[in-house]
Design a protein around this ligand. Structure first.
Ligand code: NAD
Length: 452
């Protein structure tokens, strides 16, 4: 199956049909039509997989990506003229975006529609043939994608292959011109090593622990709302950019905890496990993993809010933990769920050393009114993205690259960056038959060397 898909797409790609703007535009319009006409089916599948509220389906974001690509495609495809250079005079020089060829997109379960279709939009816009392998863990969305995509786009160039580890491994063993993987770093390493066999370039969209630093000078209520929506309003914390832990000052912590509690009561009510606005935990493996983090001996008495669980419904309520030890598992692993530890420090600057002692996060958040601290944070913390006075919202801005650094990933996409991720920037230099420089050619006599 994997070999057949890869071989068939390579043959199709070599026909050159994916290169003209007209083919790319037709596919992008197909994706847009699919998302528009099948919105209810898509939201239903997301609900079946994750009890995801409709507002969290990110269907609008997929539409925006399509429209952005359609609007900018011709501009992106236009070769960019550059200076010809004295040594090559007379000549013309330009940079052209060339399709890479046949690419593989492997996506994750937490935003199973967005994380599948968004990279595919970039791959199509750049004129590639593409195999999409959605996550088997979000099985309803995977099945729906396999059924829908071929109905709305050219199936000879864009295919969906479903499956778990064996099927993904078989795909990874094929030769691709790019692999775009979203998921955890452990599998990211497998992807990278299999890609190395064929010298295939990769984009790795990984995760990590996204810190939120909260200074004492902020409006605690606004900060609490923005932290809460970025954490629990994004798939109940099961998002790569979800705040993973908070660092604040000893003096401000009680006010922040109080504000978070008020906000959470307002958002999800007194019985959050019954709230339709809170996604479930994806499966019992992840439910048990999160329970283990909460139940660790040195952590279990640190819960100051929430902590309710229902294994049958696979639901865990928004949970705040205060002053958990730094050597606990919850502070070592990416949480990827509704638990939010709060670490306190005497001075806000102590947060820098803690964050820099960890692996580089996908996003680092700072709440402060102090512009000097903002500058120090921006320059002193390496992260995929730095967001000041908000959380998670940066991924909706198509003018910004979305990607990690260090262990949170390599490469980026969204908007123009998606097109670039799936293109080769080819140097083109053209000369005519005049303008010979004798000094260029042997024999290199002393007279010629004087000219050089
Ligand atoms: P997952 O379990 O859905 O796995 C991702 C993909 O890898 C799936 O398609 C799966 O089939 C494949 N896979 C799993 N094991 C494999 C193996 N041994 N060999 C080959 N392929 C394999 O998703 P996940 O990894 O649990 O996703 C959560 C992680 O992804 C978190 O760390 C999160 O931060 C990260 N994430 C990052 C982004 C981003 O854009 N940077 C977005 C979402 C999630």
């Amino acid at each position: 199956m994997a070999t057949a898909a890869a071989e068939q797409l390579r043959e199709s790609f070599l026909t050159g049909k994916t290169r003209p703007a007209a083919w790319r535009e037709a596919q992008l319009r197909g994706v847009l039509r699919m998302v528009t006409e099948m919105e209810t089916a898509i939201c239903d599948a997301l609900h079946a997989d994750l009890a995801k509220p409709r507002t969290e389906s990110y269907v609008q974001e997929v539409k925006s990506s399509c429209k952005f690509a359609l609007k900018n495609l011709k501009k992106w495809m236009k070769p960019q003229k550059v200076s010809a250079g004295v040594l090559t005079f007379p000549s013309t020089a330009r940079i052209a975006a060339e399709p890479l060829g046949v690419v593989l997109v492997i996506s994750a379960w937490n935003y199973p529609f967005l994380l599948s279709v968004d990279p595919v939009i970039g791959a199509i816009a750049a004129g590639n043939a593409v195999v999409l392998k959605p996550s088997e863990i979000a099985s309803a969305t995977s099945t729906l994608l396999a059924e829908l995509l071929p109905r709305f786009v050219d199936g000879s160039f864009i295919k969906v292959v479903e499956g778990g580890v064996p099927e993904t491994t078989a795909l990874l063993e094929q030769k691709w011109d790019k692999i775009f993987y979203t998921g955890n770093g452990k599998v990211g390493r497998i992807v990278l090593s299999l890609a190395a066999k064929h010298l295939t370039p990769v984009v790795l969209e990984l995760g990590g622990k996204c810190p939120v630093v909260v200074d004492s000078n902020v409006d605690a209520h606004v900060a609490a709302k923005r932290i809460a929506v970025g954490k629990w309003g994004c798939n109940n914390g099961q998002a790569c950019v979800a705040p993973d832990f908070i660092i604040t000052t000893n003096s401000f912590a009680p006010k922040l905890v109080e504000s978070l509690e008020k906000v959470l009561l307002k958002f999800y009510g007194k019985d959050p496990l019954q709230s339709p606005d809170l996604s479930q935990i994806v499966n019992s493996n992840h439910f048990n993993r999160l329970s283990r983090l909460m139940d660790e001996e040195m952590v279990s008495d640190k819960v100051v809010f929430g902590g309710q669980r229902d294994e049958l419904q696979l639901k865990i309520s928004p949970t705040l933990l205060l002053d958990v030890p730094l050597d606990s598992a919850i502070m070592k692993e990416e949480i990827f769920g509704p638990l939010l530890p709060i670490i306190t420090a005497d001075k806000i600057h102590e947060s820098f050393a803690l964050i820099n002692s960890m692996t580089k996060p996908l996003a680092a958040y700072l709440f402060t009114k102090d512009s000097t601290l903002q500058d120090q944070f921006e320059n002193g913390i390496s992260a995929g993205a730095t967001i000041i006075n908000d959380t998670s919202i940066h991924l909706t801005n198509l003018h910004l690259p979305f990607g990690g650094v260090g262990e949170s990933g390599m490469g980026a996409y969204h908007g123009t960056f998606s097109f670039e991720a799936f293109s080769h920037k080819k140097a083109i230099l053209a000369r005519c038959f005049i303008g010979e420089t004798k000094a260029r050619y042997p024999p290199y006599t002393p007279e010629k060397l004087k000219i050089v």
